[in-house]
Design a protein. Structure first.
Length: 518
């Protein structure tokens, strides 16, 4: 599960109802679903969470081994590839800071700043690798947000300019009761300021920060698979704009010159080193009765944390070998039904995403350009579905904001997230539960830790696609080396996989779910 983002593509979507399909399925489909077994799920989890796969960390041989295992499992179950190959290549990169980053600013041949990386200046990891020389304009906090009644670019010609903006958000936005803390934080983020600068045609961005911090902390040396960070190369190539932070002290002379209506020019060389690496999503498909129609995507992430600095393996049995095993079992069930002449109206894509632990990279890549290139009507995401929620100490920062609960209180519980934005799809899952009889809790869409936004459902929601997320919740072994196969509740995992399979069939065979606003 992942860091928090804010809904950009969700604002303004209308609440439109669509009744869920009937829970009754054809007998051959029911039979195929009932053949999802503990033995099948155990086999997949045991292999994926074995030391041989070294925690499936992006950039490691264990991750590539997991990709190959999943592709072979699809093939063995007679699930066709979603494209000519099961593997969908996704280029990512780990941004690194070179030794020659520099920012200079002048006004009428007077030097205002000549900065190297240190206490007053550094590029940020969100930066592109493009250097730029351009005039400088000031644009307040650098935000265009009509809902918050702010447009710092009004009257500012940012086209081709390096825009200097203030960090965070103005006090007027902080006081808005309509925005959650997460939404305010996201609005003040470098990503949001960069996006708004690009929208207004800026060639570069400099963020003035009251507290700079240690650049070595901003750009840590990667010492393990687990600590490595990655970004989508496609996104950076599409927007290589340089972005840097500057201290208030270093920015003072520049702002004074701008206030005096002097022309200021800057040269910003971020010296961000980009070395692409390749990871793969693994995609299978079972076609529907209507070839070339819309698709439903059932997904889970295949990667985990890999190996840390001490050489410990984070096997990730629950996170997320459990979800991966379920998707493989669901795909096999669809293939069995298809062999008996039973298919839903729409195709179902079975997707094992890569790079979730690094920022839902694989799911974001797919949501922007689905394979096959058809309209995706719904996403069902499975992440950590093999345990019982266990929060022994609600004061522990890992569980802050959650009520204390024991594993024994949650033996039949699965949490459904996304009900706020995708009530139609949530209703389909509830209907699918008629014969499974799990206790489905709709309780975490607005929890203080933002769980809804920390898995692979979120990119689909950001792209305006209804999506829900099934999880059995957090526990003390989450993101530790103790998340091992022997701790999985396989009988419960079997029932959740069968529930998700029924829901996927119903979504693919019924009316298209619709999204609603917050």
């Amino acid at each position: 599960m992942l860091p928090r983002l804010v809904p950009a593509a969700l604002i303004g979507l209308l609440a439109l109802g669509a009744a869920p399909s009937a829970a009754r399925l054809p007998a051959a489909v029911d039979s195929a679903i009932q053949q999802i077994t503990v033995a099948e799920l155990h086999r997949h989890v045991e292999m994926l969470a074995s030391d041989a796969m070294s925690g499936r960390g992006v950039g490691h041989a264990g991750n590539r081994l997991a990709e190959k295992y999943i592709a072979a499992a699809f093939d063995e179950a007679h699930v066709p590839p979603a494209s000519p190959d099961y593997l969908q290549p996704v280029e990512v990169y780990q941004p690194r800071l070179g030794a020659n980053a520099r920012l200079t600013m002048t006004a009428r041949d007077t030097a205002l700043a000549d900065l190297r990386v240190g206490a007053d200046f550094y590029p940020v990891p969100e930066s592109g690798d493009q250097a730029v020389d351009a005039r400088v304009v000031f644009a307040g906090h650098g935000l265009t947000a009509p809902d918050a009644r702010i447009d710092d670019y009004a009257g500012v010609d940012a086209r081709g300019a390096i825009v200097m903006v203030l960090d965070d958000v103005p006090d007027s936005v902080k006081r808005l009761p309509s925005l959650s803390n997460d939404e305010r934080a996201a609005m003040g983020s470098v990503e949001r300021k960069s996006a708004d600068a690009r929208t207004h045609g800026a060639a570069g961005l400099v963020v003035v920060r009251p507290y700079m911090g240690d650049p070595h902390a901003i750009w840590p040396e990667t010492t393990s698979v687990r600590s490595a960070s990655y970004r989508l190369l496609r996104a950076m190539r599409a927007a290589p704009m340089p972005v840097a932070a500057i201290s208030e002290h270093a920015a003072a002379a520049v702002r004074q010159a701008l206030d005096a209506h002097k022309t200021v020019r800057a040269s910003l060389a971020p010296d961000v080193i980009v070395t692409p690496i390749l990871m793969n999503n693994v995609l299978g498909i079972v076609e529907g009765r209507q070839p070339g129609a819309e698709t439903v995507v059932v997904g889970a992430h295949l990667d985990h944390d890999g190996i840390d600095e001490a050489g410990r393996i984070y096997n990730g049995a629950d996170d997320n070998a459990s979800g991966t095993a379920a998707v493989l079992a669901i795909a096999a069930a669809f293939a069995r039904a298809s062999a008996q002449g039973q298919r839903p109206a729409r195709a179902v894509v079975f997707a094992l995403w890569n790079g979730e632990e690094k920022g839902s990279l694989g799911a974001e890549y797919y949501a922007a350009a689905p394979v096959p290139a058809r309209h995706v009507i719904a996403n069902l995401n499975l992440d950590m579905i093999g345990r019982e929620e266990e929060i022994p100490d609600s004061s522990d920062p890992r569980y802050q904001g959650f009520a204390r609960t024991s594993a024994g209180q949650n033996t039949n519980v699965v949490h459904l997230l996304g009900y706020t934005f995708s009530p139609d799809l949530a209703a389909i899952v509830e209907g699918a539960n008629d014969t499974i009889r799990l206790t489905i809790k709709e309780d975490y869409d607005r929890d203080s830790q933002g769980l809804l936004k920390r898995s692979d459902n979120w990119p689909f929601l950001e792209h305006g696609i209804p999506a829900v997320f099934l999880t059995t919740g957090l526990h003390p072994d989450y993101h530790t080396p103790d998340d091992d196969t022997e701790r999985i509740d396989f009988a419960k995992l079997e029932r959740i996989a069968q529930l998700a399979c029924r829901a996927a069939w119903m979504a693919a065979d019924g009316g298209a779910p619709r999204l609603k606003s917050k």
